[in-house]
Design a protein around this ligand. Sequence first.
Ligand code: GLN
Length: 487
Amino acid sequence: MTERGPGAVAIAAEVTRRRRSAVEVTEEALGRVAAADPAIHAFLEVAGEAAREEARAVDARVASGEKLALAGVPVAVKDNMWIAGRTSTCASRILEGYRPPADGTAISRLRREGAVFIGRTNMDEFAMGSSTENSAFGPTRNPWDTTRIPGGSSGGSAAAVSAGMVPAALGSDTGGSIRQPAACCGIVGFKPTYGRVSRYGLVAFASSLDQIGPLAGNVSDAARLYRVLSGEDPCDSTTSSEPVGDPESALERGVKGMRVGFLSEAQVEGLDSDVAGNLEASRRIFEKAGASVADVSVPRAPAAIAIYYVVASAEASSNLARFDGVRYGPRRSDSSLLSLYVESRTAGFGPEVKRRILLGTFALSAGYYDAYYGRAMRARQLLLEDFERAFAGVDVIVCPTIPTPAFRIGEKVDDPLTMYLSDIFTVPASLAGLPAISIPSGLSRGGLPLAVQIMARRFGEDALFAAARAFEREVDFPGLEAVKRKM
Ligand code: GLN
């Protein structure tokens, strides 16, 4: 177990003041990875030499007087994003050896502000999953308990931050893949408003849902990374020109007078008793911090899982059609065009990806389009309207991030429907395009992290960060190092 070092904001300040060099910080991060990762398997590749070179370049920029928001901050990157010169496989055999043509926009923005890329992290294949067990390269383990999953699909990124290997990492969130693993690993995970962060250089899963965002040790670090990542990008026409605001100065605004709504639909019978008790405690924290707390209803929230698995699978089946053995990855047969497609895709994709492609292709097929995809899209619109009505009465909406603490490796792999229910609290915000953050909120009786999720209106990131920071300041969350020390 490595002690978690200083966070991203603290490192950037030290490197900027030249108290430490980016090279030193990078060496330290590489040392932490070497010590901790053999037991965790958060990384698919550690890019030691490239990271050292990047760090030297950052030190030279700092020496010449440049002020960089992420000077020397070591960052781990989920394997579905493009980093120039490295492979990007989405933890899939079908992309083995694939080298992207350039940095994605998220990467180039972090680079511009002095971040150093430590390596590529493990994930569920093509970001489909909630446990990182769907990786073609073996699972990642939860640093809190290595017999358990770290969540998914950004499980490698979450575990790397949680184990203290890096202060921050990038994940992607389609239905919860930043927030849910952050919750399982006791760290902060933030999914921005759809359209805030460019998807250029993010391998598409479901294009109307995918967003890149930060996983970090605290809310301020998440806000710093978000500030750097966000904003319009000519390479992604779905990015918004809406001004980004000032998420970092919103942090200490507090919640006095803020209307915090607790999602009625989450307070269901049968909710895990640790999660339910923790939610009550979270309500008292917001009250103590001065917010006016009430219940708020989003009546169609319980339909979100059903809508999501139709919409996301439909978009995935179309996005993944490009992986055909011709343009990407290993080609398995040349005997005929059909066998080239069939054999390359059969060998290249894992079982969960195949399941989604079949489901999505079915939902989009001529005879069933209206009954499934069309209906899901109409239901999605109604859910959006529910949220609009809810936000007329409150500034943010709170519910748990995960329905249970991290489960055991192997526990749900053979039962996809139970696995899909891990996302029950995260998919509503995804479908509505809302910003949402997961913050550690306590421990279960078994000593595993629990978390609350705060959602805000579209482009309401400032309110979200104010509420998240106020909660973080009040909550009693021991952190992994303190818990391990007591053991
Ligand atoms: N677990 C969800 C799924 O399997 C969400 C994944 C994601 O957000 N990328 O689709």
